[in-house]
Design a protein. Structure first.
Length: 296
């Protein structure tokens, strides 16, 4: 179930920062039509850090409702409080999510044993498939392969989104976790190599917000053993992989999706709209990927 191009979907907002339900519906339909292999609802790209608990759980429930079984929904339920992670994960299960994605606790920098106990507590408390998420560049916390290997033995901990940007880490995870554990790239620029060279199953993707069909095609080619074809498609997306990170995620990707006419310009503080000096950079990246911009 958890393979291919899984979009880390943005959360559309009105100018005042409130969630835009109509745009949320458009986004879900768009990703189903464009072939995305799954949706992460209210992950970190979905501004989970600035949605309150009620908003967070409401958006998850709404995405599950809108998806209506057409596409798997993975709920972002990570937190730097274990109790909060358990509560969010329980709410996601009750809403009907297919799985949960749990980022490592941020700021408080737990030890490897603390990480193990954090994820064990959540897995034991809520019987739903759970995917670990390691992104030390954003959390100041790096979950080592040996810790992931311990957690991979737990029945409902089924995979990891790995975003260290290190291919050796992908190989180390596969060795530590075995062949059945799902490894998803957390970096769009190395998603193709993660599948082709690292035995990964796919990517949780920011780029897929803007070019979902191409990301799906690239992943399917890679998974089916057509490395050359996958790399040819990936080459058309390279500018997007870079351009969507010229400022902190999700600033550039929300601007790009707004340019496509799918959402408005709303983003919640402390995130701010994309700086004008980067507009041409992101627009050029969209052109390189043959992404259509909405006309006025």
């Amino acid at each position: 179930m958890f393979k291919g191009s899984i979009v880390a979907m943005v959360t559309p907002m009105h100018d005042d920062g409130s969630v835009d339900d109509a745009a949320l519906s458009r986004l879900v339909d768009f990703h189903v039509a464009q072939g995305s292999d799954g949706i992460v609802a209210v992950g970190t790209t979905g501004e989970s850090a600035t949605l309150d608990h009620q908003e967070h759980t409401a958006v998850i429930a709404r995405v599950v409702e809108l998806a209506a079984g057409r596409i798997p929904v993975i709920a972002g339920t990570g937190a730097n409080s274990t109790r909060e992670a358990v509560n969010l994960t329980r709410c996601a299960k009750d809403a009907g999510a297919d799985a949960c994605l749990l980022v490592t606790p941020y700021y408080n920098k737990p030890t490897q044993e603390g990480l193990y106990r954090h994820y064990m507590a959540t897995a034991e408390a809520v019987d739903i498939p759970q995917i670990l998420y390691n992104v030390p560049g954003r959390t100041a916390c790096d979950m080592k392969p040996e810790t992931v290997g311990r957690l991979a033995r737990v029945g409902n901990i089924v995979g990891i989104k790995e975003a260290t940007g290190d291919m050796q880490r992908i190989h180390d995870l596969r060795a530590a976790c075995g062949d059945d554990f799902v490894i998803l790239s957390g970096e769009d620029w190395m998603a193709c190599d993660t599948i082709v060279d690292g035995g990964g199953q796919g990517v949780i993707s920011v780029t897929a917000n803007v070019a979902p069909a191409a990301m799906h095609t690239m992943c399917m080619l890679a998974l089916n053993g057509d490395a050359q074809g996958a790399r040819e498609v990936d080459a058309t997306l390279r500018a997007l992989h870079e351009g969507l990170f010229v400022e902190s995620n999700p600033i550039p990707v929300k601007w790009a999706v707004a340019q496509m006419g799918l959402i408005g310009a709303g983003i919640r503080l402390p995130m701010t709209p994309l700086s004008a000096r980067f507009h041409d950079t992101v627009r050029h990246a969209m052109d390189e990927a043959c992404v259509s911009v909405a006309t006025a």
